[in-house]
Design a protein around this ligand. Structure first.
Ligand SMILES: Cc1cc2nc3c(=O)[nH]c(=O)nc-3n(C[C@H](O)[C@H](O)[C@H](O)COP(=O)(O)OP(=O)(O)OC[C@H]3O[C@@H](n4cnc5c(N)ncnc54)[C@H](O)[C@@H]3O)c2cc1C
Length: 564
């Protein structure tokens, strides 16, 4: 297979999750096959893994300047690996060998000067510019589906912006390049005894710049739930100039500059680096897995914890469909995975009070296991504890993207969507969304399937809900049939969350796939104000056309279904 590339990172699988040479272990393959065998209607034989040779990309529509030839690639592997993000729909279209919008060129600038020269070239030649971090977008955020108003497209990959440049131990912050992947960033902070501790599920293959551009959600279930909390100052390179925010612990000087950069999804400019707030590495931990007889008391317990001020680091409630799907505990009882961590103090008192709250609502837990979780991390007790329900859930969580890719090869849709709602509306919202999405699955596949849910983050005023959809499409549909069915199911998900008052996205971002729902959620006057800001940063509208906002003068339109 042709793997020539200008990228300097270990070779990724261009069509799916993971590195090119990673494969499922035998046990995992058996596990996935076992799950697929239980699906109603049967599943198709696996489609072969795509190879670069399977795709006939048209040549770039515009030549690249000689002066940028060393960092701008037209190689097939580079163009294919930047054609999509990592959503189920992206995977399905790769399996179909259907890539109508590969970027004409992929740029890997080494520094800001080179990046500015790429933007100038794009401006001169009328190329749409797609910023790219780890490419783990699940909302069409990096797909160069930019409409017909452009002579071509260039994706700008930040992989060479990969260093922690400065550490300020006094203020406990660091200046970090935007293209750092999660593990690289943490490895460079470790010698300083510091950590960012922002762990999205995509941590291994996503970047600081991508987290900032999408306002990513990390593993903290309360308080610092998303990357915003750790941003001290951003630096944004736009076609109109550079915006460098001043480093401050806080400021009331007008609307927040970082607030405009956070969540801008590459449509204003490119984040090249940011000063980030850090933390010492945690020394104390405590965790518990709490089982409930039903969901209602579990939700009441989580609300009590969220409103108690205890601020657990982990507070994931899994409904009964989710525990069955992830193979956690007895695979039936709604389960709360609860955890505290601190660099400063033991956590007995916090955990004890949280367990009182869960016990008030009928939650059951293994007190000995909780005790073991507080043992030093390198002890046998802690190792044993990690095998328990919390550990099972974490392992399943990290391997899920690999399982999804395997299931998709058999025509099985495995997708997630996320939202948030206030506590007062939770019961009705949860029931309505599951019912409507479940109806859509039954309608398009002919079989009922449970829609599972967990809380990823909890606030004093409500939870963030994360739903998983599994839908078998039978033995004949293949990736094309599965993709067509996915579009109908996805439209139903978007419609349900917005119709019942939730947000179009809690942390996955708007991208191209959530734009219709975003427009239903956010008032037109506010969107017009954002479009006016974009016109200042990006007068020609080069930056990521079609993501978040409709570009002025060169309409892209909204893809996907209606909101019903
Ligand atoms: C398996 C899996 C698990 C995931 N888990 C989580 C999770 O736990 N929490 C969560 O929040 N999300 C999650 N996501 C979604 C995704 O990982 C996040 O949106 C992440 O923040 C994207 O980072 P990235 O570096 O991969 O950005 P990309 O996918 O490369 O880009 C995302 C968007 O940001 C823009 N962008 C990227 N870099 C820059 C930059 N430097 N400057 C300006 N714009 C830029 C892009 O143009 C695009 O619009 C998951 C995705 C997958 C596939």
């Amino acid at each position: 297979m042709s793997t020539a590339t200008l990228s300097r990172r270990p070779l990724r699988r261009f069509w799916g999750w993971g590195l090119a040479d990673e494969a499922l272990g035998d046990d995992e393959r058996r596990l996935v096959q076992g799950l697929l065998a239980q699906l109603p209607g049967g599943v198709a034989d696996a489609v072969a893994e795509p190879r670069v040779e399977d795709f006939a990309l048209p040549p770039p529509r515009v030549p690249r300047p000689e002066a940028l030839a060393h960092c701008v690639s037209g190689l097939a592997h580079d163009r294919l690996s930047h054609a999509y993000g990592k959503s189920y729909a992206d995977l399905a279209r790769m399996l179909m060998r259907h890539v109508p919008h590969a970027p004409d060129w992929v740029a890997y600038p080494a520094d800001e000067d080179e990046l500015i020269r790429v933007l100038e070239w794009a401006g001169r030649e009328q190329l749409a510019v797609v910023p790219y971090g780890g490419g783990s977008s699940v909302v069409g955020g990096v797909e160069p589906d930019v409409g017909d108003g452009w002579r071509g497209s260039v994706t700008v990959d930040l992989e060479r912006f990969d260093r922690v440049r400065q550490v300020d131990p006094t203020s406990r912050s660091a200046l970090i390049d935007a293209g750092c992947y999660g593990p690289d960033l943490e490895a460079q902070l470790r010698p300083h005894g510091l950590t960012l501790r922002h762990y999205p599920q995509s941590f291994r293959f996503s970047t600081l710049g991508g987290w900032i551009a999408t306002r990513a959600g990390g593993h903290y279930a309360t308080q610092a739930t998303r990357i915003d909390a750790f941003v001290q100052a951003t630096r944004l390179v736009t076609p109109a100039g550079v915006v460098q925010k001043r480093r401050l612990p806080g400021s009331g000087a007008g609307p927040s500059v970082d607030g405009l950069v956070l969540g801008s999804e590459g449509s204003f400019g490119i984040v090249t680096q940011a000063w980030m707030r850090l933390q010492p590495r945690p020394r104390y931990r405590a965790s518990a897995a709490v089982r409930f007889a039903a969901l209602a008391p579990a939700v009441a317990a989580v609300r009590a914890i969220a409103q108690s001020g205890l601020q657990p680091a982990n507070c994931r409630l899994l409904d009964s469909a989710e525990v069955a799907f992830a193979g956690v505990g007895d695979r039936r009882s709604p389960t709360l995975v609860l955890g505290f961590e601190s660099a400063d103090h033991p956590l007995q008192a916090w955990m004890a009070r949280a367990l009182e709250l869960v016990a008030d609502h009928g939650g059951r837990f293994d007190a000995d296991a909780v005790q073991r979780s507080m043992a030093p991390a390198d002890s046998a007790e802690a190792a044993e504890h990690r095998q328990g329900a919390a550990g099972q859930w974490r392992d399943a969580f990290l391997r899920m993207p690999y399982w999804r890719d395997e299931a998709a090869r058999h025509g099985v849709i495995l997708d997630t969507f996320e939202t948030a709602i206030t506590w007062d509306r939770f019961d009705a919202f949860y029931a309505a969304v599951r019912e409507e999405v479940g109806d859509a699955i039954r309608r398009v596949t002919g079989h009922p399937m449970p829609v599972s849910c967990r809380f990823t983050h909890v606030y004093p005023d409500g939870p963030a809900l994360y739903f998983t959809v599994v839908a078998a499409t039978g033995t004949q549909a293949g990736p094309a049939g599965a993709w067509a069915r996915w579009r109908e199911i996805k439209a139903a998900c978007n419609a349900a969350v917005v119709r019942h008052g939730g947000t179009s996205t809690h942390h996955h971002a708007v991208g191209r796939d959530h734009r219709r729902a975003y427009e239903a959620e956010v008032p037109a006057l506010l969107r017009a104000a954002l479009a006016a800001a974009k016109a200042q940063f990006d007068p020609q509208g080069l930056m990521n056309p079609g993501v978040l906002l409709e570009p002025q003068g060169r309409p892209v339109g909204i893809r996907g279904g209606t909101l019903g």
